[in-house]
Design a protein around this ligand. Structure first.
Ligand code: ATP
Length: 228
């Protein structure tokens, strides 16, 4: 008998925003997930991004989790000395939670780039993938992703509780047209970020003086950190 499935959401969270939180809440409800685990990425210190320290990103993720029942923070990637591959984190979680189906949540942009992730074909040995639509990324799948979907896609949310791993479920979520990059640009212009992120996180950003143009930080965000 398996435990109820849980959701995992990895990200830079620089800062965490409604584009992360709304799809996670909707997946939590649609799939009756027992928990949503937010897993902030480790970023090498020499990178220009993120603009905040790991501690500040973690503080913001903790504030967001505190407002959302069932959300918890998993600090394992931040505690490592090097960037983690998602596959390594999933293998670790699988050994800690041998009877719990794991649902790795991601946006459509991440699904489209999946073939560039380290050992991407092994991800489904350890977790299901739950993919949220994201404005700007159409489901025009490259051939390897189309093949993966042909083998693993399910339309039955209940199926994710019946197996530990191996299904892909495409969520019918409310599209949220927001990225951390756009949010940082808005903050750098001194604009009010209300309703784009939790009020507690907006307050923290203000108190800490984060993302201000005066901090002389580059606005352009490179692609995801090289850790997938
Ligand atoms: P940046 O703009 O700095 O690249 P981001 O907003 O894309 O950041 P990440 O922390 O890189 O945020 O994303 C973590 C996960 O959240 C990824 O799987 C990404 O696809 C997903 N995600 C981020 N924003 C959205 C959104 N608006 N809708 C759906 N999924 C999203």
């Amino acid at each position: 008998m398996l435990n109820p499935a849980i959701g995992l959401l990895g990200g830079t969270f620089d800062p965490i925003h409604i584009g992360h939180l709304r799809p996670a809440i909707e997946a939590q409800q649609a799939l009756s997930l027992a928990e949503i685990r937010l897993i902030p990425n480790h970023i090498p210190p020499h990178r220009a991004n993120p603009f905040c320290s790991s501690e500040q990103r973690l503080a913001m993720v903790r504030l967001a989790a505190a407002e959302n029942p069932g959300f918890v923070v998993d600090e394992r990637e931040l505690r490592r000395e090097r960037p983690s591959y998602t596959i390594e984190t999933l293998i670790e979680l699988r050994s800690e939670l041998p009877d719990t189906p794991l649902c790795f949540l991601m946006g459509m942009d991440s699904l489209l780039s999946l073939p560039s992730w380290h050992r991407w074909q092994a991800l489904l040995d350890h977790a299901h993938l739950v993919v949220s639509g994201r404005p700007g990324w159409q489901p025009d799948y490259p051939a390897p992703v189309a093949e993966l979907l042909a083998r693993h896609q399910t339309r039955d949310p209940g199926a994710l509780h019946q197996r530990l791993a191996g299904h892909i479920w495409l969520a019918d979520n409310l599209p949220i047209h927001l990225s951390a990059t756009a949010l940082r640009e808005l903050l750098a212009k001194g604009q009010d970020p209300r309703y784009l992120l939790p009020a507690s996180v907006a307050h923290y950003i203000d108190q800490q003086g984060l993302y201000r143009a005066s901090a002389k930080i580059p606005l352009a965000s490179p692609t995801q950190p090289g850790r997938k």
